[in-house]
Design a protein around this ligand. Structure first.
Ligand code: PMP
Length: 389
């Protein structure tokens, strides 16, 4: 019997054997030629993944929150104005950290499961003299996807830097960093990038670096200061060693292995697969009579789903039953609706088999919790939606 469940939460996800093998290999010096080559390659591949030929990648030991912190610390000076496009928990987090660096933060919110309309965003930007606009591409607390392309265009039109929290989107949702005019995009290793937790990944575009260079005050965070890391990233990309803080050697080998897999699949194919995963999962859930947190299908992410519990189903009991049926799912996160829904991650290397196993476990858990539905309907609908994808 397998001594583990299928991990279908919105990060960490299940990782490829080649990635785990890289992580488990004997650690080399951070100055060893094979590490220098792997780090250099990973930086080049990140530029490809973010579609940011003119961007500067940073790979720093830490989590997604460090990547957000690094964007805030390096771009905000006391008194700067920031507009947060807030679609959930991680919008709140971005606002809080920007305030810590002295920003005057205005949150543009929508009802839970929605996203602010573009004309509201434009109206806010018009009068706002904002230096920064932050967007959560997929807010993991709601499963809502924002229209980054349109928001970045608005930010550009009104002279604000556009910072995208892509922790639940990069490598699973479409993001053309340079072409769309995104100034900073960031993620963490443990989601669609497919590497165990521990790396903060950020790409800064030319305008973001200029804003950093034009600062009048020092960055109020020593570890995250781009000035400490820029020459290190440039050195490794030029296949030379450098040091500021010891690189997470094994995680960077693993990152390089995962980026190789991602780019070999091809971004187009990978995004199409994620769209099919999202469609199949939502179709399966709908066939079981479950609603979703996003207010419409067009707002729903492809990297995760946020289904609502049917009336009478107890969340913790449901999740325990799903685990008994072999699949680990996540509970709610958004404070306003935490007990009303659960979350399924379907990103990285996930395929139809993972969705079918997940929906099978959801059916088993619903049955155990007394919800009436047509047995097998979720699995059947997912297969149909996948075929039609
Ligand atoms: N932003 C989003 C959209 C996230 O989903 C997460 C993690 N769930 C974070 C930021 C923070 O990342 P981490 O937990 O790696 O600090």
């Amino acid at each position: 019997m397998k001594n583990r469940t299928l991990l279908m939460i919105p990060g960490p996800i299940e990782f490829e054997p080649a990635v785990l093998a890289a992580l488990g290999a004997p650690t080399t010096s951070h100055l060893a030629p094979n590490f220098i080559e792997a780090f250099g390659q990973a930086l080049e591949r990140l530029r490809e993944l973010f579609l940011a030929p003119d961007g500067q990648p940073f790979v720093i030991a830490g989590t997604g929150t460090l990547a957000m912190d690094s964007a805030g610390a390096n771009l905000v000076e006391p008194g700067d104005r920031a507009l947060v496009i807030n679609t959930g928990y991680f919008g709140d987090r971005f606002g809080a950290l920007l305030e810590r660096y002295g920003a005057q933060v205005h949150h543009l919110r929508a009802p839970v499961g929605g996203r602010p309309a573009l004309d509201e965003v434009e109206a806010a930007l018009r009068g706002g003299a904002y230096k920064l606009l932050t967007v959560t591409h997929v807010d993991t607390s709601t499963g809502v996807r924002t229209d980054v392309k349109a928001l970045a265009a608005l930010a550009r039109a009104y002279g604000a830097l556009c910072v995208v929290d892509g922790v639940c989107s990069v490598a699973g949702e479409e993001l053309h960093m340079s072409e769309w005019g995104v100034d900073v995009a960031l993620t963490a290793s443990q989601k669609a990038v497919g590497v165990p937790p521990g790396l903060a990944l950020l790409v800064a575009g030319p305008r973001a670096l200029q804003a950093y260079q034009a600062r009048k005050t020092p960055v109020a965070n020593f570890y995250a200061d781009w000035g400490n890391w820029l020459s290190v990233m440039q050195a490794y990309e030029a296949r030379k060693p450098a040091y500021f803080g010891t690189p997470a050697v094994n995680l960077i080998f693993a990152l390089n292995a995962s980026l190789e897999i991602i780019l070999k699949e091809g971004l187009e194919a990978r995004l199409a697969r994620h769209r099919a995963l999202g469609r199949a999962c939502r179709a399966g859930l709908a066939a079981l009579g479950l609603g979703q947190v996003p207010l419409s299908d067009e707002l729903a992410a492809n990297t995760m789903s946020a289904p609502r519990f049917p009336p009478g189903v107890n969340g913790p009991a449901f999740l325990a039953e799903a685990a008994k049926a072999g699949v680990t799912l996540a509970g709610g996160l958004h404070p306003a609706i935490r007990a009303e829904y659960f979350r399924i991650g379907h990103m990285g290397s996930a395929g139809l088999g993972d969705i079918l196993a997940t929906l099978g476990a959801v059916e088993a858990a619903l049955e155990a919790c007394g919800h009436a539905f047509t047995p097998g309907a979720g699995v059947a609908a997912a297969r149909t939606a996948w075929r039609g994808a």
